[in-house]
Design a protein around this ligand. Structure first.
Ligand code: NAD
Length: 522
């Protein structure tokens, strides 16, 4: 953190760097652009349709953001202060007056255009997302594709949506009328930056609301690119505003503002609690909180036949290690039926060793701070005498060093039943594998968590799929698959994994207000 130097932040410099960044659609071009800069690039906010810096005065500070794969300083971003946030909210409110009155087909055209522009620039977004977050380029492409779908899905959803009407015989016709709920704070985390931010922006503007979005301070690059893309799409000024900054200053000011009508938040459970607390007195405020998880994967012996075990191992491994285990839906607690435990562990370890190769098919974790957190849990595993069936205790690293934040895929066994390793969300490439005795034991272990976001059930017994699936306390249960999803299905968690659901009509609940009109029958 440091004071800003206003001379580095001329409007022309911002335009020049936006043009230059937009031209970097390969890792090589991006790296040579970064290497050519005399000082780190400064990312601007995107407010009222313009890329610009907040008012620079004595209180202005910036945040340094490091490249996970190298540990080097990548860019700086302003820590937007309360007054900058208020300014963005005012623009969103002004834009709401007209945007909320546009027809659904007009809004649909904008969303379609944004989705097409993202498609045209797929590689550009994937390259910067991979550099900024640490994920592999392959994984980043998958997430850009999903961001494209977020806009295309809601561009058609709104022109086909329906509302309910009912007759009270001979007395009245009642119908449900939906109107946009207002200005939203859209706050996202660092693990899938573009994918998750667009999962909020697309429905928000599709349903006629306007937004002030805040990406994570650890990964703001794709939000910056999105601002440039909105300019290219000629999205009316103020419909989406993007402020950069941290949680305690920027995020807190955004959430608490009385001029914000709703908050769609994805992030940690403790932050979700802070947001609920900060808005408890603003009872009208819509809150959608998508929070943390500690998801179980249940492996039944019947899924380990010669015909099915390859699939079982592949799904359990993908659910555990995709995106370095930095997906809220990752299955980081694997429970295996005792009869198949040894065989599963041997095949699983072999598969993970071959499939998840650091720097090739597995990226770096997002930040030095997160690396240290994961390292702390691995220290605990060593202290508690858990077995490292794969992986080892990693060395310490520092921000600004040159090693990057690399954690090898780690499989822990012989973990004590009451260990926090089975309770806390580690959110990295670390998985525990424990045995269970029977179906009841499996359900008990799966539900023995404060969280209830997702679960994976691996079995070939059709009756068990429903019997167990319907007893697992999780918002999403995948049977013999993982992460497949139709965007209309309700997404969200039970217990401390959050409140509210998003997706299709569920997103409409978040971003609209329902009125019931009663018309007399005469
Ligand atoms: P985080 O809660 O620390 O931060 C998330 C966002 O909230 C960031 O933009 C941050 O700046 C902001 N923020 C922090 N404090 C704030 C405050 N007081 N007021 C307003 N905003 C504030 O989470 P993280 O470390 O960025 O992300 C990891 C967490 O996100 C994990 O727990 C993971 O499970 C969760 N997550 C959940 C889902 C889901 O859909 N349920 C998806 C992805 C990630």
């Amino acid at each position: 953190m440091g004071q800003m130097n206003p001379e580095e932040w001329t409007q022309q410099a911002l335009i020049d760097s936006a043009d230059a960044v937009w031209g970097c659609d390969t890792i090589e071009k991006a790296n040579s652009f970064i290497a050519s800069l005399p000082t780190p690039m400064c990312l601007p906010n995107y407010v009222a349709g313009k890329l610009g810096l907040p008012v620079l005065d004595a209180t202005a500070t910036f945040i340094d953001s490091y490249e996970p794969k190298t540990g080097k300083l990548l860019y700086r971003l302003p820590r937007a202060q309360e007054k900058d946030v208020e300014d963005a909210i005012r623009h969103a409110r002004a834009a709401f007056q007209t945007w909320s009155k546009t027809t659904r087909s007009e809004r649909s055209v904008y969303l379609r255009r944004i989705s097409e522009l993202l498609q045209e620039n797929r590689e550009l977004f994937a390259v910067w997302e991979s550099i900024d977050q640490g994920k592999t380029l392959e994984r980043a492409r998958i997430e850009v594709d999903r961001a494209i779908s977020n806009f295309s899905y809601f561009s058609t959803y709104i022109i086909h949506e329906q509302t309910a009407a009912r007759m009270v015989d001979g007395v009245a016709l009642t119908y449900e009328h939906r109107s946009p709920a207002g200005v939203f704070a859209l706050i996202s985390p660092w693990n899938m930056p573009l994918y998750l931010l667009t999962w909020k922006i697309a429905p928000c503007i599709a349903f006629g609301c306007t937004a002030v979005a805040k990406p994570s301070e650890i990964t703001s690059m794709s939000a910056y690119l999105l601002g440039i893309l909105f300019q290219k799409a000629k999205l009316p000024a103020g419909v989406v505003n993007i402020v950069l900054g941290d949680g305690p200053t920027t995020g807190a000011a955004l959430v608490a503002s009385p001029l914000v009508d709703g908050v769609s938040f994805t992030g940690g459970t403790q932050t979700g609690i802070a947001i609920r607390r900060a808005t408890a007195h603003q009872i009208r405020k819509h809150l959608s909180l998508e929070l943390g998880g500690k998801n179980p994967t249940l492996v039944f012996a019947d899924s380990m036949t010669p015909a099915t075990r390859e699939r079982t191992i592949r799904i359990a491994a993908t659910a555990a290690f995709e995106n370095q285990g930095e997906i809220c839906l990752c299955g980081s607690r694997i429970y295996v039926e005792r009869a198949a435990y040894e065989e599963f562990l041997a095949l699983f370890t072999e598969y993970v060793t071959k499939k998840y190769v650091l720097r090739e098919t597995m990226g770096a974790v997002a930040s030095a701070q997160h690396y240290s957190k994961i390292r702390g849990y691995l220290q605990l595993a060593a202290d508690e005498k858990a077995t490292f069936s794969l992986g080892s205790f990693p060395p310490s690293v520092e921000e600004g060093g040159t090693q990057g934040y690399w954690v090898s895929p780690t499989i822990l066994t012989d973990v004590a039943p009451d260990s926090v390793l089975l309770k806390d969300e580690i959110f990295g490439p670390v998985v525990t594998v424990c045995p269970f005795d029977d179906e009841a034991d499996a359900i008990r272990l799966a539900n023995d968590s404060e969280y209830g976001l997702a679960a994976v059930l691996l079995t070939t017994d059709g009756a068990r799929m429903r019997r167990v699936g319907e007893q697992i306390e999780a918002g999403l249960v995948w049977v013999n698959c993982w992460l497949v999803r139709d965007l209309g299905t309700p997404f969200g968690g039970m217990k401390n994994s959050g409140t509210g659901r998003e997706g299709g009509e569920y997103s409409r609940e978040v971003f609209t207000v329902a009125r019931t009109l009663h018309l007399p029958a005469y």
